[in-house]
Design a protein around this ligand. Structure first.
Ligand code: C5P
Length: 228
């Protein structure tokens, strides 16, 4: 299981400071660059993080018509990042077109499909998708697997089910992690490290419990020790 830290700090300097302070663990860590950071700091910032030795997950959750998604995927692949994601609800055709477009790259980033955001309660999810999270997340995962993606973003609580419905090798990346029972904030379907391990998550995403901690390095060290 790998730890992926969400760089959701309000400023580039704070994100960079955190990345530099954890540099000695760069080989073991993934950094998640999301909307806030990418919109503000762009590709130059990603290059800086790559130079520190980190693996980069670009969390832009693409959702558009198939051709536009494939165009975006092609541009992302040129950024030399290691993983990015799309929304599974964009549909099979879009997922396939993304993977087709990436096939021309000798080395392409891993591609994950978002199933159900971890901030959704079952009730909220059902209102939008017309089905419960468990059923729909599995359905989305099967479509992503068939389209040739590498895995999905889901909560810890769907991870095993999804692997059983696709392949044990199909990756699950699970946000909503509160490593040692910290405050959930806006997340609804949270889990701790022990549960993530038991449910075979390949990546855990941790944001606020790390970057808002008074000593983020200590928290990261504690998590790394726990997931070894
Ligand atoms: O601070 P926290 O640990 O809740 O951060 C979780 C991160 O994971 C955020 O950057 C959020 O955008 C992202 N994420 C999520 N649920 C998803 C996909 C991504 O929480 N399904």
């Amino acid at each position: 299981m790998k730890l992926c830290i969400a760089l959701d700090n309000p400023s580039r300097d704070e994100n960079l400071k955190l990345a530099i302070s954890l540099k000695e663990y760069a080989n073991d860590l993934w950094l998640k660059v999301g909307f806030r950071s990418f919109i503000r700091d762009g590709n130059e910032f990603i290059k800086e993080l790559k130079n520190l030795g980190y693996n980069i997950f670009l969390d832009l959750k693409l959702y558009d018509i198939p051709n536009t998604m494939a165009d975006a995927a092609e541009e992302i692949a040129k950024l030399n990042i290691d993983m990015f994601n799309v929304h599974a609800s964009a549909g099979s055709k879009a997922l396939k077109e993304v993977m087709d477009r990436l096939s021309k790259f000798k080395k392409r980033p891993l591609v994950l499909a978002v199933t159900a955001l971890t901030s959704f309660s079952n009730e909220e999810f059902e209102k939008i998708y017309g089905s419960d999270i468990k059923t729909k997340a599995k359905e989305f995962a099967k479509e992503a697997f068939t389209a040739g993606l590498d895995g999905v973003v889901c909560s810890v609580w769907e991870s095993i089910d999804i692997k059983n419905a696709t392949s044990q090798e199909f990756l699950t990346l699970t946000p909503g992690i509160r490593p040692f029972g910290e405050d959930a904030g806006d997340q609804k379907r949270v889990a701790d490290i022990k549960a993530a391990k038991e449910n075979k998550a390949n990546f855990i995403v941790v944001g606020r419990p790390i970057y808002k901690a008074s000593n983020p390095i200590k928290v990261v060290e504690k998590i790394l020790k726990e997931i070894k």
